[in-house]
Design a protein around this ligand. Structure first.
Ligand SMILES: [Zn+2]
Length: 465
C-alpha cells in the first residue's frame, strides 16, 4: 500500500513547526504499524483550512488523481477538511483512496457509511471553526473595550503600537480639526499636509478623502471603537478633545457636505431654510434658462414648491440681517460660545456616563447576571439616551467661524473677504432656522420671514446667573 501523509497546522506562530512535526511523527508511526510504504509527506504550515490557500494540499490532490497514492494518513480529519464543501471535493478526487486518521479513526470515502462519518466529522470541525471565530471576535471586542489597539496598519499621527504620538503628524491633525471647525475644506487640508511634507503610512500623498478618514478616527479623541460603536476610552495619547472631535465629525458627516463637495455649487442658505407652508426643507435649485440667457437660480420648498425665492435676493437680505444682528449683539455673541461650550461639556460628560453604563450592562449580561431580554430593554433605553446626549454635544458646539468674524474690527469687511464655505459656517452658527412664508408673485418681500437665532439673551443671562 502506497501511503501519503498530510499535515497542517493553522496557528503556528514564528514558523514554529513543532506542531506539524508532532502530527507527522504520529502519522509515521501509524504507517509503520500497518506496514505500509510511505510515498511522500505533504505539509501546509500556518494555513487555515477555512480561508487560507494550501499549496501542498493541492499537490496532494494532484498526486491522488495520478493514482500514486492508495491510502492517505492525517492526524485528524479536520486537518484535511473543515467545511463540508471541502469534503465533497475530497470524496470526488479520492474515490477509492482510503483515509486514515490518527485521532478520529478510519474514514472510508468509498462507502456510503464512510462518507456519512466523514460528513459528521466535518460538521464537528465546522462547529469548531465557528466557535474559534466567536472567540477571536470576543477578544477583539474586549481589546477595544479596554482601549487597547487592535493591530493593523500604523495610524497617521501615531506610532505603530499606538503608544506614542508622532509629533509633526499629530500637530497637523490638530490644525486640521481647527480648520474644519472654522469652515475649511478637506482639499485645503490635503494641500497643507502635502506642503508640510507629510505622507500617509504607506508613503503616498494624503488625498482629501483619506484626510477625512483620518479626521473621523475616534482614537484621535481618545475614544475606543469596535465595529463603529464607541465602547470606551482608548489608552492611546489624545490629539484633540472629544468635543472638538464630535463637532468636526458632525460637519464632515453632514449629508449636505457630501452632496455638494464643490464650493461653486453650494449655496449660502441651504440647510437652514424651512417652508412656512408645509414645514419641509427649502433647497436651492437651478431653474431653466431665461430669455436673457442667464440661468435663474432660486430656493424652493423641496416637497411641493409651495414657497420659492430668488436666490441672490434672499442671500443678500439674510446676509444683511445676520450682519446687523452680529454688530448689534457683538458683546452678547462673544459670550455665547462659552455658554454653548459649558452646556456641551455637560452633555459630553453625560454621554460618557451612559457609555460606561452600556459597558456595565454588557458585562452583567455576559456574566449571566442579567437575563438577555432585560439586557436588551435596558440597553435600548441607554442607547437612546446616549444618542440624544451625543447629538446635544454636536448641537451645542462652539462657534469658531463666528468668533473669528466678530474679532475683526470691521465685521462687514471681514464677511466680504470670507469664502462661501466660511460664510456658510457662520450662518449655521448664528441661525437655527429661517422660515419662509408664501411669497408674492413677481415681487421679493421679506415680510413674514422669521429667523430663529441660535442664541438668545436669555441663554446668556442664565449662564451668568
Ligand atoms: Zn412646502
Amino acid at each position: 500500500m502506497k501511503a501519503a501523509i498530510y499535515t497542517r497546522i493553522s496557528d503556528a506562530r514564528d514558523d514554529d513547526t513543532a506542531g506539524v512535526r508532532r502530527q507527522e511523527q504520529d502519522c509515521r508511526k501509524l504507517i509503520s504499524d500497518k506496514d505500509w510504504d510511505l510515498v511522500d509527506v505533504y505539509c501546509d504550515n500556518n494555513k487555515s483550512a477555512t480561508t487560507g490557500f494550501r499549496p501542498e494540499y493541492r499537490r496532494l490532490l494532484e498526486d491522488v488523481r495520478a493514482g500514486e497514492i492508495d491510502v492517505l494518513v492525517a492526524w485528524a480529519s479536520d486537518r484535511l477538511y473543515r467545511r463540508t464543501t471541502d469534503l465533497e471535493e475530497l470524496v470526488t478526487v479520492l474515490g477509492s483512496v482510503q483515509v486514515v486518521t490518527v485521532r478520529s479513526g478510519d474514514v472510508d470515502l468509498s462507502t456510503a457509511d464512510g462518507k456519512t462519518v466523514a460528513r459528521l466529522l466535518g460538521a464537528i470541525a465546522q462547529g469548531e471553526v465557528e466557535k474559534r471565530g466567536e472567540r477571536v471576535a470576543r477578544a477583539a471586542r474586549q481589546r477595544a473595550e479596554e482601549g487597547r489597539f487592535g493591530g493593523g496598519t500604523r495610524r497617521f499621527g501615531y506610532t505603530a503600537s499606538m503608544e506614542a504620538l508622532i509629533e509633526v503628524e499629530a500637530a497637523a491633525i490638530e490644525w486640521a480639526y481647527a480648520r474644519i471647525l472654522a469652515g475649511g475644506s478637506l482639499r485645503e487640508i490635503s494641500r497643507e499636509w502635502e506642503a508640510r511634507g507629510l505622507v500617509g503610512p504607506k508613503g503616498v500623498v494624503i488625498t482629501p478623502g483619506v484626510a477625512r478618514t483620518i479626521l473621523l478616527r475616534p482614537a484621535n479623541a481618545g475614544l475606543s471603537v469596535y465595529k463603529g460603536e464607541v465602547v470606551g476610552k482608548s489608552t492611546a495619547p489624545v490629539i484633540v478633545d472629544e468635543l472638538t472631535f464630535r463637532q468636526a465629525r458632525a460637519l464632515l458627516t453632514d449629508p449636505r457636505r457630501r452632496q455638494s463637495p464643490d464650493d461653486g455649487r453650494r449655496t449660502l442658505l441651504s440647510g437652514v431654510l424651512d417652508c412656512g407652508v408645509c414645514g419641509a426643507p427649502v433647497r436651492a435649485h437651478n431653474r431653466s434658462r431665461q430669455r436673457n440667457g442667464k440661468a435663474r437660480t432660486g430656493y424652493g420648498c423641496s416637497k411641493s414648491r409651495c414657497v420659492t425665492r430668488s436666490r441672490d435676493r434672499l442671500d443678500e437680505a439674510i446676509t444683511e440681517l445676520i450682519l446687523e444682528y452680529l454688530i448689534k449683539h457683538r458683546v452678547l455673541y462673544r459670550k455665547a460660545p462659552r455658554t454653548a461650550s459649558l452646556a456641551a461639556q455637560r452633555a459630553s460628560t453625560e454621554a460618557e456616563t451612559l457609555r460606561k453604563r452600556l459597558a456595565d450592562l454588557a458585562a452583567l449580561a455576559g456574566a449571566g447576571e442579567l437575563a438577555p431580554q432585560d439586557f436588551a430593554a435596558a440597553a435600548r433605553v441607554t442607547r437612546e439616551r446616549l444618542a440624544e446626549a451625543e447629538s446635544r454635544v454636536t448641537r451645542l458646539a462652539g462657534t469658531p467661524a463666528t468668533s473669528r468674524l466678530i474679532k475683526s474690527s470691521d465685521i462687514r469687511e471681514a464677511w466680504t473677504t470670507s469664502s462661501l464655505r466660511v460664510r456658510r459656517a457662520i450662518v449655521r452658527e448664528v441661525v437655527e432656522s429661517i422660515t419662509l412664508p408664501v411669497g408674492t408673485p413677481g415681487k421679493f418681500v421679506m415680510t413674514g420671514t422669521t429667523i430663529q437665532w441660535r442664541f438668545r439673551d436669555r441663554d446668556v443671562r442664565e449662564d451668568a446667573a
